[in-house]
Design a protein around this ligand. Structure first.
Ligand SMILES: [Zn+2]
Length: 85
C-alpha cells in the first residue's frame, strides 16, 4: 500500500458556466424565449404598439414571437390591440 497517495483531483462542483441569456416572455403565447428570438414591441405616445427595431426606445416594451400565430394572438389581446405588426 502506498502511503503517499496523491489526492485525486475532483472536478469543480457544478461550475458549468453558462452565459446567462436574456430571456423574455412572449405576450401572446407566454413562452419564455431568448430575447433575440423575439420581436420587441413598444408603445408610442399615441398608444400604438409597433415593432421597436432599434431596441433602444425608452418606452414600455413587450416581446412577441415572430410568428403569425403569436402576432394574431397579440392583436386579440386588449392590451395590445393597437399593435402594428
Ligand atoms: Zn409567442
Amino acid at each position: 500500500m502506498k502511503s503517499k497517495a496523491k489526492p485525486e483531483k475532483l472536478p469543480p462542483p457544478f461550475e458549468q458556466k453558462q452565459p446567462r441569456k436574456p430571456m423574455r416572455m412572449c405576450v401572446a403565447c407566454r413562452v419564455r424565449k431568448e430575447k433575440k428570438d423575439l420581436i420587441r414591441i413598444a408603445k408610442n405616445d399615441q398608444g400604438i404598439w409597433s415593432i421597436d427595431s432599434t431596441k433602444t426606445m425608452q418606452r414600455r416594451g413587450a416581446y412577441v414571437c415572430p410568428l403569425e400565430a403569436c402576432k394574431m394572438k397579440a392583436k386579440k389581446n386588449k392590451q395590445y390591440s393597437t399593435i402594428d405588426l
